[in-house]
Design a protein around this ligand. Structure first.
Ligand SMILES: [Ca+2]
Ligand SMILES: [Ca+2]
Ligand SMILES: [Ca+2]
Length: 141
């Protein structure tokens, strides 16, 4: 995962450079924007900060994220958007654990599931693969 290493290096650099740089790289919600290309599992973006912002563009775009769970508990994964997202949750073996279209607010997506320790992947796409989503916020808690 070269992309994952790059993210770690970038995070270390940002922390060295201080608060001003961090503020510059964050959107107002406090969630950092996705880093394209994240179009398959090998180049997934980290969701360990708890939230990311992204867009589904061009039509057919797929956004992959990974996060780590240390204990066992109920995990909420949710998109907030004015568009129409679908989300898919996979374990580290890439077995599909759950998917959702509209259980969130509006056409946003929500998965609530009990997860044990490990690394998990979330894929965000546009419902029907026939339009763009100008912005979404993806949260895991
Ligand atoms: Ca995207
Ligand atoms: Ca993408
Ligand atoms: Ca939806």
């Amino acid at each position: 995962m070269a992309k994952r290493l790059l993210v770690l290096v970038m995070a270390a650099t940002v922390s060295l450079m201080g608060v001003v740089v961090v503020a510059d790289t964050m959107e107002q919600s406090g969630c950092s924007w996705e880093q394209e290309s994240n179009n398959d599992v090998t180049v997934a973006d980290s969701l360990d900060s708890g939230c990311r912002q992204g867009s589904i563009s061009p039509v057919g775009d797929a956004d992959w994220y990974y996060f780590n769970v240390s204990g066992t508990g109920s995990i909420h994964i949710e998109t907030t958007t004015s568009g129409d997202t679908e989300i898919y949750l996979y374990n580290s073996s890439l077995s599909l654990l759950a998917s959702d279209d509209d259980s969130g607010v509006g056409y946003g997506s929500l998965i609530v599931r009990s997860l044990g320790p490990g690394t998990y992947f979330v894929q965000v796409v546009e419902h029907g693969y026939d339009s763009t989503v100008s912005a979404y916020e993806l949260r895991v808690r």
